[in-house]
Design a protein around this ligand. Structure first.
Ligand SMILES: [Fe+2]
Ligand SMILES: [Fe+2]
Length: 280
């Protein structure tokens, strides 16, 4: 199913993702990246600079004397947290204007960030080449939903109300009402945002039966986060998401001992979510 023309026209009027956000993530993965280089990149964007300083000065980090310089913030926070924070702030910053009663943004951001964080931790444990791509894919897997909130809020409300009334998932509700899926809308918008190909594929296939491990790690993280009831994303299915999560975990090699460590690390790191989510 293709997207309605008026949706495509509206997409092209939405804000673009600051290219510095993707650049920071890409450079941070390089073994030759330096604090000076990354700080210079961040400093080139005033909004991101203030986000990073706000995050570094949040009570979560409680750095003695506070931080007024990006390079110092980088030393305390580390490359990985900086990359996560820059992307999260850029993503949420582009969509913070709207809200709908049926689809409140704060729990949606929590859902998105949790999926990104968990997918990245799992990708690292599975020794994927670019675990940051799993973070971006996880963070943005439901991108299509917030795009819909911007371009056709009444349609989004209709989908959520139908899902709630019939106790079905968001994607089933879209299908029953004859709307294109949020996965398709997310991919189209992801192209407009110039997201890397691996990320586009993860967005497109996060509800599909993919054979790519890069896609599956995001699908698994999404199901796991649903099972743990962290945040929400307009989903009202009565099925237990853990059942499918277990099937996918097996497929990608997440055995029980690995899973225990991943889950433990997730809970430790998710504590900083509040600081990141509030800093944008
Ligand atoms: Fe989804
Ligand atoms: Fe989701």
């Amino acid at each position: 199913m293709s997207l309605p023309l008026h949706w495509i026209e509206r997409i092209q009027k939405l804000p673009v993702l600051p290219q510095v956000a993707l650049k920071v993530t890409e450079r941070i993965q390089s073994p030759t990246a330096t604090i000076t280089e990354i700080s210079d990149l961040i400093r080139s964007d005033i909004g991101l600079t203030s986000n990073i300083l706000k995050l570094a000065n949040s009570s979560y980090y409680s750095i003695p004397g506070g931080v007024t310089d990006v390079a110092k913030a980088l030393q305390y926070l580390g490359f990985n947290t900086i990359a996560q924070s820059v992307l999260t702030a850029s993503f949420f910053g582009a969509f913070k204007a709207n809200d709908a009663r049926e689809f409140p943004l704060p729990p949606f951001w929590a859902h998105s960030f949790a999926v990104g964080l968990l997918a990245e931790i799992a990708a690292r444990s599975l020794q994927f080449k670019n675990p940051s791509d799993a973070f971006i894919g996880g963070l943005m897997h439901d991108l299509g939903k917030v795009v819909l909130l911007e371009i056709a809020p009444d349609d989004l409300s209709k989908i959520v109300r139908h899902a709630e009334a019939k106790k079905i998932s968001f994607i089933q509700s879209e299908e029953e009402l004859g709307f294109p899926s949020h996965a398709l809308l997310g991919v189209e918008f992801g192209k407009y945002w110039k997201l890397p190909a691996t990320v586009l594929s993860a967005i497109q296939n996060h509800h599909a039966d993919s054979t790519s491990r890069d896609d599956l790690v995001v699908s698994w993280a999404n199901l796991w986060v649903h099972a743990q009831k962290i945040g929400s994303s307009g989903n009202y299915s009565a099925n237990d998401p853990q059942v499918l999560a277990n099937v996918i975990a097996k497929k990608i090699g997440l055995e029980a001992n690995k899973l225990t460590l991943i889950e433990k690390q997730f809970h430790l790191e998710f504590e900083k979510a509040g600081a990141i989510l509030n800093a944008h």
